[in-house]
Design a protein around this ligand. Sequence first.
Ligand code: FES
Length: 577
Amino acid sequence: MAKEKKYRSSEWYSSKSHRRDTFIHRGWMRNQGHPNHLFDGRPVIGICNTWSELTPCNGHFREIAEHVRRGVYEAGGFPLEFPVFSASESNLRPTAMLFRNLASMDVEEAIRGNPIDGVVLLMGCDKTTPSLLMGAASCDLPTIGVSGGPMLNGQHRGKTIGSGTGVWKLDADLAAGVISEDDFVEAEISMSRSKGHCMTMGTASTMASMVESLGMALPHNAAIPAVDSRRYSNAFLSGKRIVEMVKENLVMSKIITKKSFENAIKVNGAIGGSTNAVIHLAAIAGRMEIDLSLDDWEICGKEIPTLVNLQPSGDYLMEDFYYAGGLPAVIKKLLDKNLLNKESLTVNGKTLEQNNFEAVCWNEEVIRNFDNPITKDGGIKVLRGNIAPDGAILKPSAASKHLMQHTGKAVVFESVEEFHKKIHDPNLDVDENSILVLKNCGPKGYPGMAEVGNMLLPQKLLKKGVRDMIRISDARMSGTAFGTVILHTAPESAVKGPLAAVQNGDEIKIDVDNGIMELLVDEKIILERLKNYKPVLPEITSGYQKMYIDHVNQANKGADLDFLVGRRGTEVKRHSH
Ligand code: FES
């Protein structure tokens, strides 16, 4: 039955020197009905599935897996599907991000410990994409990404309505008394009316675009709607391709390089992508031992216009984006301006340029030209200063132009609980020129670094028609959110980063163009305040949370666990039965 030892899985299924082990590995698999020839030394392909009914964005992944499986069989591979921790953005408390690293450990160990030669990653909801990439990166096998695709456009009362973005707007309208509670509830089913993940350019769509621009997926993977038949043929073709990748030994580290990260950062600017990509790409780079810092975002993001007119930065949704040409059309526009590394390799064995040079933009209102961008300088901005020595970030395409140079008085909240208690207090000393500051929501302060940075504005200002103010925190923000929101301030206040020193009434100067965020308080006073500062520390409710808090890195390093950084390969010691 067994041919010569060729792939990693042969150690399990074709070893002649450890016949008893082979019997056990192979024999127990037989209870699923696999015939002899599947154990003949052909590539074993793991289909790493984040399907879960508790992760609604990935609820259709069994169907996607089925199409991957068909492709693997057609190419002569042996597909084996396995489940991993599925981090649901909409259900998991306290925040899905807390579990990104845990899920990545699950993925890494599942791949490392099993007879897998190549792996297909099924990813959709926000954290499922980075967690799978991180885990797979630590192993470095031939790997291909398949996204589940976005939901169809939301349709509500004659208008399109976008996941997340619509919620923030409805919430503000509800708080301002513009709509009723019933109107608010009715919008739910209008927003999520098909399978798939958020259909705004939120974190899920952004990360799917990052996967494609890193070269880790077939062209068009990012934008095809979840219910479009082309999503399933893409899955089929990915299954077929991974078998060839195993034969070519095209491992992940041959595809993801520093240059492909540079491409991804530029694409992020062009699509108006989520700020969460900054953290996730840093974590993936860390696993691959590639040096990627906020400086790279600063350098690569410079003068990249936001071309993609999608919510939250613009008007349209992912379905429109796909019909307009999808990510290949964006990549083509960037390639034409010589902005990308053309030679970067992708999973199909072709370069980024070869994959995209024939791409067509079918709708220049949805994917704009360079002379008509949504935002001229759309790359993520990095701000530094005495509040953020290790940096903070802002997404210009979602921000208000009139707040890009601004000095205002701080209104400080020590915790998210205090924020909720005080924000709508009519006596709160705040006006539209104030700067809202939220502390203790960084990786350690609020384990998982909650998406609370886009703080709701005070009701009394909303009623006046104010819809944006500068907000500063060490938190993250949902990719579907918008506003002049400065995030990921590092080091965070829970480790006595200087954000902790800000007090009510202090003046803060923001100069986005020059990357400056300064607390206009004497340095000695800042040091004195920090010395006496008592962070609001979280209650630890589980063993994993304890491990997370003890080991999580700061935001600028990707908030990975310190001991997970680096590549470890797939060697496992034989354990005789
Ligand atoms: Fe899953 Fe938005 S909640 S992608």
